[in-house]
Design a protein around this ligand. Sequence first.
Ligand code: AMP
Length: 413
Amino acid sequence: MPFHQLGLAPTLVQNVLKLGYKTPSPIQSQAIPMVLSGRDLVATAQTGTGKTAAFLLPLLTKLIEKPRGKTGALVLTPTRELANQIETVFREISSGTKLRSALIVGGVPYFAQERALRSGVEFVVATPGRFLDHLGRGTANMSALQMLVLDEADQMFDMGFLPDLKRIIARLPATRQTLLFSATMPPEIARLSKEMLKNPQTTQVGEQGKTVDSVSQTVYPVPAHRKSALLLHMLEQWEKPSVLVFTRTKHGAKKLAGTIFDAGHGVAELHSNRSPTQRTKAMQVFRSGTVPVMVATNIAARGLDVRHITHVVNFDVPGAPEEYVHRIGRTGRAGDTGDSLVLVSPEENSLLNRIERQLGQRLPRKHLDDFDYSVGMSRKDLAPPRDQPSTNGAMITKGGVKKKAYRGQGKRR
Ligand code: AMP
């Protein structure tokens, strides 16, 4: 069914058509009529399926009809980046409606947020911790709230936000409509939805915990100490790539970003040791294509929507199969194609096996003939430090001869 037959406000339909959305995605076709009907909803949707518009479109259709000057809808989401992204989509979709929004996230001053909340913006998107602070300070008046969206509920749970969520929900009007979106449905989230939602309708798009078909997945077995070199080798070969690299730790992300930079590639770094300004900047330069690589921890794994990502590299094998699914959902979004790579050291084989069991498939292995996997294997003294081929852009080759391998381009942050 086309957008204009779903019962949405005509202005919004015009706006999504302008954005280039031609027909509703499956989650949109299913969720929009359900939300418009007024019932609570639990939606399990694969990442990149268009779920932001699936809740924003019906929610805005309802807000348009309400009196202005009071907050009618609240979206809670786990990270600042996601909150930012949702507000951006809100602005695009609500263009011409005069609905106002506030972005309430941590790490930035309270003042502007307080002013926006006190002015009664109609739409609020927030991360739980900061929003709870505002409720405590009495700056957020939610007495007219009609719609609550819990976005990426499973990640909010993973990040320890469940107690905050429950405290927030306890302070919202009981008569509201609640929508819960989650990529996976762990028992804690199923319980939360039973406790907090009234007789919800459910919808599921894509098989839970499975990956999108448009993403090709390949495993690259490689000794741990050659991973960085292998990644640099690939970066040299890819044409105009936009690469999101995941590491397990913040320290690992920082170190790898340094190595990539030293090899002459522009690179952004996204993890929780970086300030909000640095995180925003990292997203900006990666999103705009100014830098071709972003190294991130799992904080970037969920929900982030950067259309042009060509490759997702799992530099470390994720600890949980669900994390793998989320990570690779960063590419192949909205039907685009993308490549997912897993660099697997022998020590990580058991983690990979768990992921393959969950996916129900064995991922193809690939060996690059033009890459030297064996450097440092026989003569330990020649081996570059773990995870790092060099610090100055030089690479130690098999015969122990140092050779400048990478062009200098891009500037240190
Ligand atoms: P989301 O799952 O909400 O993060 O959306 C993933 C991507 O799909 C975003 O880049 C949206 O702009 C895009 N998108 C959402 N709905 C549609 C649609 N109906 N047609 C085409 N693209 C869409």
